[in-house]
Design a protein around this ligand. Structure first.
Ligand code: NAD
Length: 516
């Protein structure tokens, strides 16, 4: 079964239809009272907190008011463009078939291709995918990646399927995307997200190529691929590394130091991470490498704690083998995994799921900075509470943008059909060697071999990717800080304001066709 709906991007509709489901964009508002103070939120679910999609809208609306962008353009930006829902059968046993549902939402096609990950998780549903697609639009704008925003996923628990079944599921979903023109290097370029990785991206690419055997750019239909199949060095760790660069950059701002009492150094900072997957693991590695102490890590079933610092590689190796932290050496186990979020620490990094810090636990958060590596880990009401507690929040649409930034590099590599640095490395080395010789002759001292190598060596692909990522993250953090300071607003609102203004420039600059 297929349901496919297109929406005019000019429509400022409060209600839009995706497959058979009507999304209500505007929900009745409700103000819970905590310690005598009320917090704005909207009732959309049993827990009296907004859905993820409504949360993104709440943050957007708050920034929209102070963005200086016209109402007409704002509603244009906000309205989702189009959405695809597919259902397809998968044979799980000899005579048993399971019907699976997959989604792909294009939030904004103001720039093409659109970009966004593919998630395999039981929680995947239309509203979640729509929320993540909207975040992708704003995220790309913040880091000046020239893509529109999209997201996709299949509602499955990947752990419940065999490798062969997972391959069939991924390929079948890709066939649906191909048939409906929801994938292609110039249209829509997916990437990994929760529950997917380089392996799934390789299957997607291979399936796409069967449909487009003559497309010379076909490998650019997806990013996050293995290196041998056109991936770029540095993509695996990009989101975690971007999180590290972002936190390091904010720590260097006097305004953050003053608000938190923290020094600018990463060294010695006590860090807690929720989620030890692709993002959480790499963020932990980079913080550890730069001298921070990872004192707590939370996973699905339990958390690991060591106030003196966890050895990241040891714990990760244990987790891969045992499937749990239970029984791991040199850590205490916290059975109630949500309690990991409440540990006393300098920096808390949620890197798992959305809505993890909410009205239930916001008052108990004991960090000075919360860096959102996951998408949407804090509900709007919890956001208010944390800000009131003086906690600095580094928002998802900025902090986890390293993944899409390096995906952009990978896409560029695929379109240019050449590894970064291939044409310049030797030339650079030659130029630098000549310079070193000149200095040696003038100074009268020969450099040691290692001194010479460190100066002369040309950049490898990974060096260039890291450098491009660092530059992008630092620039985006600085823009956010400067908008926050000039408008006296928090960093999340500032990031949204910057994104809205950049997208508005594209919309307004390109005019509006067919509007009566
Ligand atoms: P992943 O599937 O590799 O890792 C997620 C980890 O979280 C897994 O180890 C899982 O077991 C764990 N987890 C699940 N439920 C949990 C719970 N209740 N408590 C603690 N841990 C739990 O996914 P990922 O790619 O690392 O993505 C994590 C988050 O980062 C998601 O919100 C995703 O949208 C966001 N993100 C990912 C990327 C990327 O490049 N992969 C980029 C930007 C944002």
């Amino acid at each position: 079964m297929l349901s496919l709906s297109f929406f005019s991007n000019n429509m400022a509709s409060k209600t839009f239809r995706v497959a058979k489901i009507i999304f209500k964009r505007s929900q009745p508002y409700f103000c819970p009272v905590i310690n005598g103070r009320s917090y704005s939120t909207a009732i959309t679910s049993g827990d009296n907190e907004p859905s993820f999609l409504d949360s993104v809208q709440i943050y957007f609306n708050k920034a929209a008011k102070i963005s200086g962008v016209s109402e007409k353009t704002l509603s244009h930006i906000k309205a989702p463009d189009c959405s695809l829902q597919v259902t397809f059968p998968i044979e799980v046993d000899d005579d048993k078939v399971e019907i699976l549902t997959g989604y792909r939402v294009h939030h904004s096609r103001h720039l093409l291709p659109v970009k966004g990950g593919i998630r395999f998780s039981p929680g995947v549903e239309e509203q979640e995918v729509a929320a993540l697609a909207a975040l992708m639009t704003y995220k790309c704008a913040i880091v000046d990646v020239p893509f529109g925003g999209a997201k996709g996923g299949i509602s499955i628990d990947p752990k419940k399927f065999t490798l062969a079944q997972l391959e069939r599921i991924t390929r079948r979903y890709t066939v649906e995307l191909c048939q409906k023109a929801f994938i292609g290097p110039g249209v829509d370029v997916p990437a990994p997200d929760m529950g997917t990785g380089a392996r799934e991206m390789a299957w997607i690419m291979d399936t796409f190529r069967q449909f487009h055997p003559n497309d010379v750019n076909s490998i650019g239909c997806v990013t996050g691929k293995p290196i041998s199949l056109g991936g770029v060095r540095g993509r695996n760790e990009a989101t975690g590394l971007g999180v590290y660069y972002g936190v390091r950059e904010f720590l260097s701002y006097p305004v953050v130091q003053k608000a938190t009492g923290l020094s600018e150094k990463i060294e010695g900072k006590r860090i807690v991470i929720q989620g030890f997957g692709k993002v959480g693991y790499w963020a932990a590695k980079f913080f550890e490498k730069n001298g921070a102490k990872i004192i707590g890590i939370g996973e699905k079933d339990c958390g690991a704690y060591n106030p003196n610092g966890i050895n990241i590689e040891d714990l990760f190796t244990y987790l891969v083998k045992a499937g749990t932290f239970q029984g791991a050496p040199n850590v205490d186990i916290i059975d109630d995994t949500l309690k990991i979020l409440e540990l006393d620490c300098d920096i808390l990094i949620p890197a798992a799921l959305e809505r993890q810090i909410n009205l239930e636990n916001a008052t108990k958060i004991n960090a000075k900075i919360v860096g959102e590596a996951a998408n949407g880990p804090i509900t709007p009401a919890a956001n208010d509470i944390l800000i009131e507690k003086g906690i600095i929040i580094l928002p998802d649409l900025l902090l986890n943008a390293g993944g899409v930034t390096v995906s952009y590099f990978e896409w560029l590599k695929n379109l240019s059909h050449m590894r970064f640095g291939r044409m310049t490395k030797k030339w650079d080395e030659l130029g630098k060697s000549k310079l070193v010789e000149l200095v040696e002759n003038n100074v009268g001292r020969q450099l040691t071999e290692s001194e010479r190598k460190s100066i002369v060596q040309g950049a490898e692909e990974r060096d260039l990717v890291y450098s491009g990522l660092e530059d992008t993250m630092v620039a985006a953090c600085q823009e956010t800080k400067s908008t926050a300071a000039s408008k006296n607003i928090d960093f999340r609102t500032a990031a949204f304001v910057n994104a809205i203004q950049k997208i508005a420039n594209v919309y307004e600059g390109s005019g509006i066709m067919f509007m009566t």
